[in-house]
Unconditional design. Structure first.
Length: 460
């Protein structure tokens, strides 16, 4: 093994062995019953469930690039039961029972993703191995214990604390002071899932037009440079690219997350590391990392990198800085010294959407017919499925358990204008890096730097 070869940088994501040839663009004006803007997981799951519920619906999906080009094809591959929002804050607004039901629905959605992939013969290399979270400082261990206590309060008694030795039986992470495990997560190959979903909905009769960026969403229509799709229901499923649409610049902040993936590791290294259960892996540092053992025995690991670009700009190819690659490589090697000298084969980044209160939302305006779903704050692989089923019920005017969940109709508010948005986000992540360094000195409680940053950011 050699670490000297420069990795592929950008080219969307490692999950695409080859970038797909795009489907045809919108050839002109069209009519539909439902127009979905965005061919990521939110849009494709929505098209799937709408067609399942009413096969007669004429559904058109418009995509700026190709299916899975955004966060759906670039993420860490966690189909997790983590709620994309602040449970305590939402309980104060909508009631404790509503949030408890939301948590149950999220856990159930993990199994729904697995079931649909099996039923529709989508090979996304799914393994429900759960999630291992580790603490590597005393302050992180304190936070981890608190997170497990919160899980128990919110109806997840399966979340358990682990000793360092018990954590090592899952994955031999260096320097662990405490661990926690939950079974409510599956590792998967995200691009395989989203491409499989696109092929599935096409078989069901859904029309997907790619290379057709939508410039405006209005009641009854979605406009592109190639033509306009007219439909009584128009659903926005644009996640991190929402800020590019007219009137939505400050709605959701496009937060960048970066990843690297190693070369395939030999058997002798895997014997030292373990990871036989294919658990997803996370930590409790403020900087936050997430990782998985890939189907072909690599390690894919991610973190924030450069978290935000001025003016809510987004990338178009996934390229990341050399500094970010070095930071992620160092994080991997500190946690798993066995990987020292292992080559990094690919690096990339993508954008996820963050609402101002860090809580996702799904809804449909009955007066305009315009619907939306997103703002998943990095927990979108499972949330997209639940959001799509909720949108389906809203479109079909069904009063169900899902339409009564607390994120339905939730209005998070707007982000500050520039330059305050850029200064705030950059300052937030500088503070988190400082807090991690502060805690490395042996503090048993969360650094006050991070506490103040959380309050200013309104993070859960």
């Amino acid at each position: 093994m050699s670490a000297t070869t420069a990795p592929v940088n950008g080219r969307v994501a490692h999950w695409f062995a080859e970038l797909p040839a795009p489907r045809p663009a919108l050839p002109g004006d069209r009519d539909a019953d439902v127009c979905v803007v965005g061919a990521g997981m939110t849009g494709l799951w929505t098209a799937y469930y709408l067609k399942q519920a009413d096969p007669s619906l004429r559904i058109t999906v418009l995509e700026a690039e190709f299916a899975g080009f955004g966060a759906s094809g670039r993420n860490g591959g966690w189909a997790s039961g983590l709620i994309p929002g602040a449970r305590d804050r939402l309980a104060r607004a909508y009631g404790r029972d509503a949030v408890l039901d939301w948590q149950r629905a999220m856990n159930e959605a993990v199994d729904e993703v697995i079931a649909v992939a099996a039923r529709e013969d989508i090979d996304a290399d799914i393994v429900k191995g759960g999630t291992l979270r580790v603490a590597r400082t005393p302050a992180q261990a304190t936070r981890l214990r608190h997170k497990v206590e919160q899980d128990h309060e919110w109806g997840v008694p399966e979340s358990v604390l682990l000793t360092p030795a018990e954590s090592a039986r899952h994955i031999a992470i260096d320097g662990v002071t405490a661990g926690a495990y939950t079974p409510h997560c599956a590792r998967l190959q995200p691009a395989a899932l989203v491409r499989g979903l696109a092929e599935t909905v096409e078989r069901l009769g859904v029309t997907i037009y790619e290379k057709s960026p939508v410039t405006a969403i209005e009641p009854g229509r979605a406009r592109t440079a190639h033509g306009t799709v007219r439909a009584p229901v128009v659903l926005r499923a644009t996640e991190g690219f929402t800020a590019s649409l007219k009137g939505l610049r400050r709605a959701w902040l496009p937060m960048n997350s970066s990843m690297i993936v190693t070369e395939p590791l030999p058997e002798e290294i895997w014997k030292e590391i373990g990871w036989e259960g294919r658990e997803t892996l996370g930590d409790t540092a403020h900087g936050h990392m997430y990782a998985q053992r890939t189907p072909d025995d690599r390690i894919a690991i991610g973190g924030r990198g450069v978290p935000y670009r001025f003016g809510s700009r987004t990338d178009d190819s996934g390229r990341v800085s050399d500094r970010t690659i070095d930071q992620l490589t160092q994080t991997l090697q500190r946690m798993l010294p066995q990987t020292t000298g292992v080559r990094v084969d690919h690096a990339w980044c993508g954008v996820l959407a963050v609402p101002r209160d860090w809580s996702a939302t799904v809804g449909l305006d009955p007066d305009t017919g315009v619907g939306w779903a997103g703002g998943y704050v990095g927990h979108g692989v499972t949330s997209t499925n639940l959001a799509a089923r909720t949108l389906t019920d809203l479109v079909l005017k069904r009063d169900t358990r899902l339409t009564r969940l607390p994120w339905t109709g939730h209005r998070p508010g707007s982000w500050e204008p520039e330059p305050f948005r850029w200064l705030g986000v950059r300052g937030l992540y500088v503070a988190y890096r400082l807090a991690d360094r502060h805690e490395a000195g042996g503090r048993t409680r969360t650094s006050p730097i991070a506490t103040v940053a959380d309050l200013i950011a309104r993070r859960p």
